[in-house]
Design a protein around this ligand. Structure first.
Ligand code: ADP
Ligand code: MG
Length: 683
C-alpha cells in the first residue's frame, strides 16, 4: 500500500539513488521525497521529433532510430571517441567527449539497433550528435520520444537520471485526502493537491493551467504560515510573566542627553513597549520602521526600563559591524548611568569570552550586545528580561521562537526591522507578534538626492567624489561583486579599488564579506574617525550602520538590486546634518521598466511606499532582498497574483480556531512545509 509517510522519506530509499546521487541531490537542497516533489521543472525538451537521417536539421533536438556500425576510438588525449551509425538513408557520427570506451561499448554494441536523442550539430560539413542525452533500446522508445521536463540540475546528475528518479516518485505518491472543507474548495475553485503536483511536473501542462495548480500550493503555503503564526501566538499568550516595575528614572536621564526631541511615533512606540514590559503578558513585538526612523533609541529606552526593574538585556544584530556600532552608541547613550555593557561576537577572544560568560551568569553585566553568538547554548543569564533582535529579516520565525524560549517566561522579546512587508502579508509573516510602527522620520532629516548616471561618465563621478572629500565628507562606493567574474558582467570591488587607487591613494579602503572580522572592524573604525574617506564595498554595509560624515553613496549596476535594497543602501548616507547624495550607475541604456523603477526611488523617500510600488512593477522576486538574506518567505506565493488568498486563509483559520481547532487534519500539510511544530502545540 502507498503510505502518506512515503513523501517524508529520505531520498535514499529510492531506486537508483545511491550514496553519490544522494550527495549531489543534497547540494540541490533535496533530502526527502517531499523536496523532490516541490521542485518543479522550469521547462521541457521536446523530443517528439522522430526522424530519419535524410531529414536532419542542424540545431534541432531529434530522436533517430539507428544501427551501430563501427567504433572510432583514437586513444589520443583530447580527441573524442566516435561511433558511426546509420539508417536506411545515411550515416551519422555519434561523438563522445570524456566518455570511457567501456561505457560506449556497453550502451552501443556493434550491430545493435537503438534510439538516440540529442541535438543535431554540424562539424566539417557533416551532421553529428555530441554526447547524446538519451540512448535507448528499441522497445523503450516511449521513454524518449516525448516531452521531457527540464529541472534545475546540479553537477553530477544528468537529466536522464533525475527524470528517472522523479518519475519513480510520481508513480508512487499516495493519494492524499483533501484537508480543506468542501465549501472552501469550491469557493476558491481549488484543485486537489495530488493533481496539482502531478500537473506541475507534467511537461504537457500549459502555462495558463499551471497558474491554477500553483494557486493551490500557494494557498497551502499561506494557510500553513498563518496556522503557525496563530499557534505561536496562542503559545505566547498563555505565558504569564513577572511584571517589570520601573519609573523611567534612567530613561529620562538618557533622553535629556540626546540633544533632540523624540518624534511622536517614537514616543508612541516607547509607550507601547512600556505597557508590554509592565504587563503580565510576555512581550512578542515587532518594531517596523524605515531606515533612519530612529528605532535604536526606542530599543535603548526599553533597555533602560528593563534594567531599572532589575533584569538583564540582550541586544543582537546580524553582523559584527552593526553589533559593534550598537555597542559604541550604547556606551555613549548610557555614559551617565551605571549600566554595565559588554560586547560578544564569534570573534571575541576565548579568554575574554570566558570572563563575559561568567559576568553574565553572575549578573555583573546589565546589557550584552553582540551577534547571534549571544544565543548559544552555553550562554547563561542571571536574569534576562528583554531580548532585542535588530534587522529581524536576517533571522527567521523559528529563531525568534527559540530565542523566546531560551529567554524563559520572564524575558520579553522585541524584534526590529526596516524591511517593508506589504500589509496583506504582514499576518503571514509576523502574525505571531504585535506590530509597532514608526512612520515619521526625525524632523532634521533632509531627503537624500538621488541621481542616475551612465557608467561611461565615470570621470564626472570621480570629480564629484573629489569635491565631496574636499568638503570634509565621506563616500561609499558599492559594487555588486567582490572579484571580477567571467560569468557576470558586473563591477567588482577589487577592480574598482584598483582603478581608483591611482587617484585616491590612501584615502580609500576596501570592504566585503570575505574580509576578516578584525580587519573589517579596523577599516570601519578608521572610516568613522575620518582617517579614510572612501569605502569601496559590497552590500555588507547595507544594514543599520550609522556614519554621520558619509554623505555620498555611489551604487554600481544599480538595476541589479531591488528597490527596497537600494533604498536601504542610500539610507546609509545623509544621516548627519548635511545633505545626502546617492548616485546610481548603470551599464547600458535602461529599459522602460528600469526607468520607471528609478523614478519611484527618486520621488519617494519612504521605504514602505517604495516597496509597494516596486511590488506592482516587478512582482515579488526581490522585494525584500531575499537574495542576501537567503530567507525566502514563500516558495509559491506571488503577492501580486495571490493577494486575495491571504484574507481567505485568515478567516478560514479563525473559523477553525473557533471550532476548537482540530489541527490534526492538517498534519500532512504542516509536515509538508516543515511546520510540524504546530502539532506539538500543547507541549
Ligand atoms: P534606524 O531606525 O534605521 O535603526 P537609527 O536608530 O540608527 O535608525 O537612527 C538613525 C539616526 O537618527 C541616529 O543617528 C539617531 O541618533 C538619530 N535620531 C534618532 N531619533 C531622532 C530624533 N527624534 N531626532 C533626531 N535624530 C534622531
Ligand atoms: Mg537600525
Amino acid at each position: 500500500m502507498k503510505k502518506k509517510d512515503y513523501i517524508f522519506e529520505n531520498i535514499k530509499i529510492l531506486k537508483g539513488v545511491g550514496k553519490n546521487t544522494a550527495r549531489y541531490l543534497r547540494n540541490k537542497k533535496i533530502e526527502t521525497i517531499r523536496d523532490l516533489l516541490l521542485d518543479f521543472p522550469y521547462g521541457y525538451t521536446d523530443r517528439t521529433n522522430l526522424i530519419t537521417l535524410d531529414k536532419l536539421e542542424a540545431g534541432k533536438i531529434s530522436t533517430i532510430k539507428l544501427k551501430v556500425i563501427k567504433y572510432n576510438f583514437p586513444r589520443v588525449r583530447n580527441l573524442p571517441n566516435k561511433v558511426i551509425c546509420e539508417d536506411e538513408h545515411s550515416k551519422i557520427d555519434i561523438v563522445f567527449f570524456n566518455s570511457r570506451e567501456g561505457y560506449i561499448r556497453k550502451v552501443l554494441p556493434i550491430q545493435s539497433n537503438v534510439f538516440i536523442s540529442g541535438k543535431v550539430q554540424t562539424y566539417k560539413g557533416k551532421f553529428q550528435i555530441n554526447n547524446p542525452e538519451y540512448i535507448s533500446k528499441l522497445d523503450e522508445l516511449n521513454k524518449v520520444n516525448k516531452m521531457i521536463p527540464k529541472y534545475n540540475l546540479t553537477d553530477g546528475i544528468t537529466e536522464k537520471i533525475y527524470n528517472r528518479i522523479i518519475s519513480q516518485v510520481l508513480e508512487n505518491i499516495p493519494n492524499i485526502e483533501e484537508w480543506y472543507d468542501k465549501k472552501l474548495i469550491s469557493n476558491l475553485n481549488l484543485i486537489d493537491w495530488n493533481t496539482s503536483i502531478a500537473k506541475l511536473h507534467d511537461p504537457n501542462t500549459n502555462k495558463k493551467n499551471k497558474e491554477k495548480y500553483i494557486e493551490r500550493l500557494a494557498f497551502d503555503e499561506i494557510f500553513t504560515n498563518l496556522l503557525l503564526m496563530s499557534s505561536n501566538r496562542q503559545k505566547i499568550n498563555r505565558i504569564k510573566k513577572k511584571q517589570k516595575v520601573f519609573d523611567d528614572t534612567i530613561s529620562k536621564k538618557i533622553i535629556e542627553n540626546f540633544g533632540f526631541n523624540l518624534t511622536n511615533d517614537q514616543l508612541k512606540v516607547i509607550d507601547e513597549i512600556k505597557r508590554d514590559l509592565s504587563s503580565r503578558k510576555k512581550m512578542f513585538r515587532i518594531l517596523q520602521g524605515d531606515v533612519g526612523s530612529g528605532k535604536t533609541i526606542c530599543a535603548f529606552i526599553s533597555i533602560s526600563n528593563t534594567i531599572e526593574s532589575g533584569y538583564q538585556c540582550a541586544f543582537m544584530a546580524p553582523t559584527d559591524i552593526l553589533a559593534k556600532q550598537h555597542f559604541i552608541s550604547a556606551n555613549k547613550t548610557f555614559k551617565n548611568t551605571n549600566i554595565k555593557i559588554a560586547f560578544l561576537s564569534g570573534k571575541t577572544l576565548p579568554k575574554d569570552r570566558k570572563v563575559i560568560l561568567n559576568d553574565l551568569k553572575n549578573g555583573r553585566i546589565d546589557l550584552i550586545i553582540g551577534t547571534h553568538a549571544l544565543f548559544q547554548k552555553k550562554i547563561l543569564f542571571k536574569k534576562l528580561g528583554l531580548a532585542i533582535i535588530d534587522e529581524q529579516h536576517k533571522f527567521g520565525v523559528r529563531q525568534r521562537m527559540n530565542l523566546s524560549k531560551k529567554g524563559g517566561n520572564n524575558c520579553d522579546l522585541l524584534v526590529m526591522s526596516a524591511t517593508p512587508i506589504p500589509r496583506t502579508m504582514l499576518l503571514a509573516i509576523y502574525g505571531d507578534m504585535d506590530v509597532s510602527r514608526i512612520n515619521e522620520k526625525p524632523k532634521n532629516r533632509k531627503e537624500i538626492l538621488t541621481y542616475s548616471k551612465s557608467e561611461k561618465k565615470i570621470n564626472e563621478i570621480i570629480e564629484i567624489v573629489k569635491k565631496q572629500i574636499k568638503l570634509g565628507n565621506q563616500v561609499f562606493w558599492i559594487c555588486p561583486l567582490i572579484k571580477e567574474s567571467s560569468f557576470i558582467n558586473h563591477s567588482s570591488v577589487e577592480k574598482r579599488y584598483h582603478d581608483l587607487k591611482k587617484i585616491f591613494k590612501d584615502e580609500m579602503e576596501i570592504l566585503h564579506g570575505g574580509i576578516d572580522g578584525n580587519l573589517k572592524e579596523k577599516i570601519l573604525n578608521q572610516f568613522l574617525e575620518g582617517k579614510t574617506k572612501i569605502i569601496i564595498s559590497t552590500t555588507v554595509i547595507e544594514v543599520g550602520i550609522d556614519f554621520p560624515n558619509a554623505n555620498l553613496i555611489i551604487i554600481e549596476n544599480a538595476d541589479k538590486f531591488g528597490l527596497a535594497q537600494l533604498h536601504q543602501l542610500r539610507g546609509r548616507v545623509g544621516r548627519g546634518s548635511k545633505q545626502g547624495i546617492c548616485i546610481l550607475l548603470f551599464k547600458e541604456s535602461l529599459s522602460q521598466k528600469s526607468i520607471k523603477r528609478i523614478r519611484i526611488l527618486k520621488e519617494n523617500n519612504d521605504g514602505f511606499k517604495i516597496a509597494e510600488e516596486d511590488l506592482k512593477l516587478r512582482g515579488f522576486g526581490d522585494l525584500i532582498g531575499f537574495q542576501q538574506s537567503g530567507d525566502k518567505y514563500f516558495k509559491f506565493v506571488d503577492p501580486n497574483k495571490h493577494n486575495n488568498l491571504f484574507e481567505v486563509a485568515e478567516s478560514y483559520i479563525k473559523q477553525i480556531n473557533y471550532q476548537g481547532g482540530n489541527i490534526k487534519n492538517y498534519e500532512f500539510l504542516l509536515k509538508l512545509y516543515d511546520k510540524a511544530e504546530v502539532l506539538n502545540f500543547n507541549e
